[in-house]
Design a protein around this ligand. Structure first.
Ligand code: AMP
Ligand code: MG
Length: 425
């Protein structure tokens, strides 16, 4: 397993623009997940750990794109019908198996190799454009040379790199790997992530709530989001706010995981032992991101005999926990997991609301997409905006992302919209 350097999460105290924080994280971290070989059939969703180059052309041979007749273009009269004898048959998986010469026409079917490759009939007439006359075929004029013929390598050229290390394998990628004859692929092992919560008010769902208590929501949302990122998640539950309990739990988790994630209990001045314990076991740094919603995100490491193990402490407020997870923890986790393309795609949509905001911070507004009167997508502000209003994320389709330099958003202008389907489907 690769190791991060001791000070990779050391960071300044000033309010940091999100892009700067993301660049710093990218520069200071690297994939730490191990690699393994898996069958192609079980590789969907995994992160590829090797470049896949074609060792031959796909398709390997010139072949027919239609059911019809393979002809020598130069045998055809460009102005009037041409009548030629049909002398052979080639179907998919059943090549003609002999050479041909000028004047011959071969009955051919979709996917069948062109007889003699480059040197034989060069054009295929669609059967709909031909008339059969006994053992002859009558061909209408007007076809182009090379029509209806697929060339070897048209899909993938020999030596071309079609799949790249670091990409998350989708069904079409699996298909391409199979078309190259691959049976196994080198992928990254899932990042082993331990997730827990701490806070004296938190209770495990299923129990009764005593006065002042709430059910733990963040741990479930975070564990679900981590699973969607391909992590192997261990649920450490709610860790009691007791120094010895915390120290033992964190040290044990660090010994067998690649990353520890928690939420809450990280605000300065809080009566909380997590912060002190991580600092005692390694190091902890507060990244003050210039974003709303979002409190500081604590990033640190716990020293183990295997080297330092990263720790991410997200804000306790559920909306802030999820938003900071999406904007900072998600790219970090994908990076550690071996993925290269960690930035989600935002889409430009029309804003359906006015919005005043503070300069110098990026603001994420929960939004729903509706069709505007002219059919274009329009983002409507959704739900109440408090950082604790978790249910507002449920009805939202995603987040409108308002840039640092904006102070007022006017309805009707174009904004970036990050759909949840991009990051948390
Ligand atoms: P904290 O960051 O610990 O000061 O928590 C901020 C707010 O988030 C408080 O109202 C907490 O009760 C709440 N909170 C903290 N952790 C969780 C959690 N795991 N699930 C739901 N709410 C939480
Ligand atoms: Mg707390």
């Amino acid at each position: 397993m690769a190791q991060l350097s001791d000070d990779c999460f050391a960071f300044g105290e000033a309010l940091t623009p999100l892009d700067e924080a993301l660049n710093a994280l990218h520069e200071r971290t690297e994939p730490i997940a191990d690699m393994c070989d898996v069958p192609v059939s079980g590789a969907v969703g995994r992160i590829l750990a090797e470049d896949i180059a074609a060792t031959f052309n796909v398709p390997p041979h010139d072949n027919s794109a239609v059911d019809g007749y393979a002809v020598y273009y130069d045998d055809l009269d460009p102005k009037i019908e041409t009548r030629l004898p049909v002398t052979g048959r080639a179907a998919a998986g059943h090549p003609l198996g002999r050479s041909t010469q000028r004047g011959e026409v071969i009955r051919i079917f979709t996917g069948a190799p062109m007889p003699m490759g480059d040197a034989g009939p060069d054009t295929v007439m669609m059967q709909e454009d031909c008339r059969v006359d006994g053992d002859h075929v009558v061909i209408a004029p007007g076809i182009k040379r090379g029509a209806n013929r697929r060339t070897a390598g048209e899909d993938i050229r020999e030596n071309e790199i079609v799949l790249h290390a670091g990409q998350v394998l989708r069904p079409q990628d699996i298909g391409v790997a199979a078309s190259l004859g691959r049976t196994r692929l080198r992928v990254f092992e899932p990042l082993r992530v331990a997730v827990f919560s701490s806070g004296d008010e938190l209770r495990e769902p299923g129990n009764t709530l005593d006065p002042g208590a709430i059910f733990d929501a963040n741990r479930f949302a975070l564990a679900a989001a981590l699973s969607q990122l391909g992590c192997a998640v261990t649920d450490l539950g709610i860790i009691r706010d007791d120094e010895t309990v915390i120290r033992t739990a964190l040290a044990e988790a660090a010994a067998t995981h690649d990353l520890l994630v928690t939420s809450g209990g990280m605000s300065t001045g809080e009566e909380d032992h997590i912060k002190a314990t991580v600092e005692a076991l390694g190091s902890l740094h507060f990244w003050r991101l210039a974003i709303k919603p979002g409190r500081p995100v604590a990033l640190g490491q716990i020293d183990t005999p295997r080297g330092p193990i990263p720790f991410a402490g997200l804000p306790g407020n559920p909306v802030a926990a999820i938003v900071t997870f999406l904007v900072i923890a998600r790219p970090l986790i994908l990076r550690l997991s071996g993925a290269t393309d960690v930035a989600p795609i935002s889409y430009r949509v029309r804003a359906g609301f006015d919005h005043r905001k503070k300069i110098s911070r990026r603001e994420f507004v929960r939004a729903k997409i509706v069709a505007d009167t002219d059919g274009w997508p329009k983002a409507e502000k959704h739900g109440r905006s408090g950082a604790g209003v978790l249910s507002s994320l449920v009805g939202a389709d995603g987040l409108v992302e308002l840039p640092e330099d904006m102070t007022f958003l006017k309805a009707g202008s174009m904004v970036d919209f990050l759909p949840f389907t991009e990051v948390m489907p």
